[in-house]
Design a protein around this ligand. Structure first.
Ligand code: ZN
Length: 85
């Protein structure tokens, strides 16, 4: 039985501007309302302008280590304190 969700490359996901510009690592992955969000884990202002919508495949190809959290279910989140490169 294949019970893993197959995620289309161009499925929309959200990143914070820090992840988008690659100035901070992805430390928080959340699926609020089922949408994938890849965030740096810092506090962000309540402002949609700091988020960018990107195809999830682009995020995963830039951060292949995120594959380990791709079994996250809607409304779950995963946090890590640092990235081991
Ligand atoms: Zn951020």
């Amino acid at each position: 039985m294949e019970n893993k969700e197959t995620i289309p490359f161009h499925q929309k996901s959200y990143v914070c501007i820090h992840v988008f510009e690659n100035v901070r690592p992805v430390l928080l992955v959340s699926r609020e309302h089922g949408d994938w969000c890849f965030l740096c884990g810092d506090d962000h202002p309540e402002d949609a302008s700091i988020y960018r919508a990107v195809g999830i495949g682009h995020v995963l190809s830039r951060h292949p280590d995120l594959a380990e959290v791709m079994d996250l279910l809607p409304d779950e989140e995963a946090e890590r304190s640092k990235v081991c490169v």
